[in-house]
Ligand binder design. Sequence first.
Ligand code: NAD
Ligand code: TYD
Length: 377
Amino acid sequence: MKKSKLERAVIFVTGGAGFIGSNFIRYMFKNTAFKGKIINYDKLTYAGNLANLEDVAQKYGKTRYVFVKGDICDYKKVFHTLKKHAVTIIVHFAAESHVDRSICGPKDFIETNVHGTFTLLEAVRALWLCSPDKRQATDNKQSYYRFHHVSTDEVYGSLGGTGSFSETTPYDPRSPYSASKAASDHIVRAYFHTYGLAVTISNCSNNYGPYHYPEKLIPLLILNALEGKSLPVYGDGKNVRDWLYVEDHCCAVWEILRKGRPGETYNVGGNCEMKNMDVVHAVCRRLELARPAAANPALKGRKYADLVTFVKDRPGHDRRYAINASKIKRELGWKPAHDFEGGLKAAVQWYLENGGWVKKIKDASYALWLKKNYRRR
Ligand code: NAD
Ligand code: TYD
């Protein structure tokens, strides 16, 4: 993509109030040469919170950052927002993202991840491909327009003891979450092949870092441990995930926007395979250094590691994920800048210093829960 056009573009970020989306928006303003405008389009589900972007809104709110509360399934609202702001780049993070929730209730996953992605694509097709700029939207060499779809390594299914996922690994999703993401990836690719829409896709491994919603493993461990609550380990704790510090993921997406080729998929990973039990112990060790259990009254004389509790396994729990990220390294020069020890140290420190954020997130979730349950009565 032409550098000057990208750097001054209007970027429509879906799900920008969530974990990775909010880190991405902050990264764009703080760490890149981007000088354009970002429209953060988010429904603010339980996982989306404007507390994730208070600093950004304060600094850029009057000039280069706009928040729009909206659902990606709402065609009219998406279309009008894209048109009003003359958007030329979309970075699509919005999704229902938690595997356990998808097992309890898959409907929202199909609605947002599949129907929502389709709706976005339809709005973009109507605007970009039916506009007088049509030629640019479909010019694969130097496309001014871009639809970047953020996806997961979970679409590839579960690995045995060896091997890793490459961009050509056949899809084999197992959970309602990964199946819905797989469906959305296929639809996005279809818009490239059928309509010539300039799309790129990234399939990334497990992220961790600041603003991570505390239902996911690493923030759950940190916050439960600090409160002296149990650290639930599913099954035998030997399932393997490939962990990536969230800022490295944001950097990968930016590199794909800058240099990625339309129609291409890029796998993004931390080259950091770990068994869940090893992650649990690493978090406990890090907390013992940063805030020793002996000095934490909630622990009542126990060590953090004493809180580990094996619980019933997740149904259909994928055994192992591992990403082969050699394509993005070879073609775009991206590789992770953080190793797990460094990333975890930063993440733990962030949670220790941001008790106010944790309280806001927990209070907001409780308020949402109350509202939902009140409606059901
Ligand atoms: P998240 O759950 O923290 O945030 C999702 C955001 O999307 C929230 O702000 C939510 O309000 C918003 N949203 C949900 N439904 C919406 C709708 N219908 N319309 C508009 N906004 C809606 O998720 P995350 O962990 O930040 O993940 C972001 C993306 O990255 C997802 O597409 C996910 O599949 C993908 N991904 C995540 C990981 C990970 O480890 N978290 C790894 C690889 C890929
Ligand atoms: P999670 O953070 O939910 O991400 P994903 O399911 O997308 O990989 O879980 C990461 C791993 O940790 C996964 O193997 C399930 C496991 N896990 C636990 O053992 N205990 C927990 O409380 C949670 C939330 C996850």
